[in-house]
Every structure is written in C-alpha cells, then in structure tokens.
Design a protein around this ligand. Structure first.
Ligand code: GLY
Length: 376
C-alpha cells in the first residue's frame, strides 16, 4: 500500500481564517515541511504536549522539524482532563511569554483534545492572538476537537465554559499515531466518527458497517478514509456556521444525553466522553423512533454496529450506580446548549438525517431514560 493512498487534505474554507487539515501516514516525520511555509525568518516553533504523548511522539516531531532546520522548545503537561484549568492556562501562557513567542510565531499543540483545547485557548489570548498548529494524537481529536476552532478550559461550574473561537493555521492528523492508542481510547474516539454518519451521511454509516473489521484492526487505509470523511463533514458544517448559531449544533448529536451521563459519573473513567457520545446517539435514535420521527429499526441497527465495534451502547453498559431518570433529565437541563430554558435536542428522521429541535415532550425523554435504566 503506498503512502499516497493514505494521505489527503481537507480545506476548511473560512476566508481569512481558512486552513488545511492534512490526513495521512508519516505526517510527524514530515511536520517540518508542512509547517515551514507558516514561519517567517525565525525558524523556530514552540510545542506544548502532555507527558505521555511527548514520550511517544515528541522525538519524531522534533526530528521532522529539524529536517527543515526548524528549532523547537517543548513543554509537557500532566495528562488528563484536570489539566484544562485556569492554573495550567496561566502556566502555558507564562511559559509562552518566557519563550518570547511573538505575534508572528507559531505555537504547536501536540496531543489529544485536552492539549488542543488548552493550547488553542492560550494561543487565542496570548498577545491578543498568535497562530497555532494542531497535531492531534487521539482519534477523537483528529475527527472532532482539532478542527473548527473551539478552544477553552473547564470551570468548576462546568466543562468548556471558558473559551474562544480561534481557528488553527494548520492541522496535521497523522494516522500512524492511532496505532499507539489504548483500545478503550481508540473506541471512545470512534463514538465521534459514527456520529458523522448518523447526523448527515447514511452512505458513510453503511461504509462504517461494512468496514467494522478493518476499523477494529486499525487498518491504516480504512482509518484514513474514516478520518478524512469525518473531517470533511466537520469542515462543511463549520464553514456553514463557524460560531454555532445554527447547523453546528448538529455536531452535538448524542451530546445532550452524554453530558448528563458524564456529570452523573463524575467525569471519571467510568465513562469516557466518546463512550457517552455513542450511548447518547443510541438514546437520541431511540427517542426519535418513539416519537415516530425515524424508522423503528434504526436504533437497533445503530446498537448492532456499536456491538460490532465492541463498544458500549446502552445505559446498562455503564458500571456502577446511575441516578434516576428525573435526575438525569435535570442534568441535561444544565447543558451549555440550553437556550432560553429549553433543552435543544438533536434528533433524527433516519440515519444520516439529524435536526435540531427544542420541541420534545419531557415525558418522552423520561420514558427512554426509565427503560434504559430498568434494563440495568
Ligand atoms: N465538538 C463540537 C463542535 O466542534 O462544534
């Protein structure tokens, strides 16, 4: 298999803020050549990563930069969601200032969603905005968080409540790094991949069903296509609605249920975000079917695909106790996507046909949750 078969570019066409997402094998080794055109006379970048990712991938990135004569200073943070906080934001921005990063310099975020969100936000506020490059190393970051310019940190009041839209100047999604992910992290990221088929592309969902074995085996060619199609879909939606005034909310399919489940499980490793998205998508389709919006067989078809992938798909797959249906519904009401007090749901008229609505009877949601909890 040639490397050419494994590489592609998705252009995110945002006018003055447009950028490319390169997807392919060997992109860490080729990072110098990709980043060089962004640099001025100063051939230097600063890289922020986490300790786990840095141990696995920083040497390859440094070698790729050095091959083009680009010097690099690196900072490694503690891995984990707790790093997306005010204290680490201060740490990163003060370190960037100590490195004398100027408006014309480029900051590189090497890591998963936590690093991309935190470093992107630091780049957004440093000197009122410096350019940054995303090098996402998790499947979730490659298909979702590295593209579209949402950056930020968590507050004690909730996840992602402090942040800014700040588009990267380039995204390098190296398919090779996906081979190093722990199986559970890889599958959690897949929750976001399947979401794209469900929300807007039935043909892609069918392709995912047909290629489940290749996806589980992490066949590079299969992964390259899955990541590319996901990024294409995300780019199309972000170009239509960069700051989430409308269509971008479709990307939240499964997330209203997911955020309630994450809150109920204390944002712990009882439930990873992508696992919650997969279960949330199954619940959103169950709700859509019960409201007569989508074919009755769609929820079971989705669950069957998640089972093919060896993924969590029901409330009964979450270990430990869960609160009542009413308490989960209340947690859904604390989601960021609540508008004028009404919870906005992403429902579907079928696989590939999601839409946004606030017109969902509370009792219908409670019934879906009650039945899911009773099956535990
Ligand atoms: N992750 C959802 C969005 O980027 O809008």
């Amino acid at each position: 298999m040639s490397d050419a078969a494994l590489s592609g570019t998705v252009h995110v066409d945002l006018g003055a803020r447009a950028y490319d997402v390169r997807i392919g094998a060997g992109l860490l080794a080729g990072a110098g050549a990709e980043i060089a055109p962004l640099l001025g006379s100063r051939k230097r970048v600063v890289v922020v990563s986490d300790e786990t990712v840095a141990a696995a991938h920083l040497p390859a990135l440094k070698a790729g930069l050095a091959a083009e004569g680009i010097a690099c200073e690196a900072l490694s943070l503690t891995p984990g969601e707790a790093t997306k906080c005010w204290r680490e934001l201060e740490h990163v921005t003060e370190w960037l200032l100590a490195q004398k990063v100027e408006r014309r310099d480029v900051v590189v975020a090497l890591g998963g969603g936590v690093i991309g969100d935190l470093v992107g936000f630091a780049a957004a506020i440093l000197r009122r905005g410096v350019r940054f490059v995303q090098i996402p190393t998790s499947l979730l970051a490659q298909v979702d968080s590295s593209v579209g310019g949402k950056t930020g940190i968590n507050s004690p009041a909730g996840k992602n409540l402090i942040g800014a839209f700040h588009q990267p100047s380039l995204v390098l999604a190296d398919i090779d790094v996906l081979a190093t992910l722990a199986p559970r992290d890889f599958l959690a990221g897949y929750g976001e991949v399947v979401k794209y088929g469900l929300l807007g592309d039935a043909t892609f969902f069918h392709w995912l069903e047909d290629n489940a074995a290749g996806l589980v085996a992490r066949n590079p060619q299969v992964l390259a296509h899955a990541v590319t199609r996901s990024v294409e879909m995300k780019a199309e939606i972000v170009v239509r609605d960069e700051t989430e005034q409308g269509d971008r909310a479709l990307l939240n399919l499964g997330h209203t249920f997911c955020h309630a489940l994450e809150a109920a499980t204390g944002y712990s490793d009882r439930l990873l975000h992508g696992e919650g998205v997969a279960i949330g998508c199954a619940l959103a389709f169950e709700l859509s079917a019960r409201l007569g919006l989508c074919p009755q067989e769609d929820p079971s078809r989705l669950r069957a695909h998640l089972a093919q992938m060896g993924m969590k798909r029901d409330l009964s797959d979450i270990p430990g106790d869960l609160p009542s249906a009413e308490a989960l519904f209340d947690l859904m009401g604390q989601d960021k996507k609540v508008l004028d007090g009404a919870i906005r749901f992403i429902l579907a008229r079928g696989i590939g046909q999601a839409f946004v609505t606030a017109d969902v009877p509370r009792e219908a949601v409670l019934d879906v949750l009650r039945d899911g909890l009773a099956a535990r």
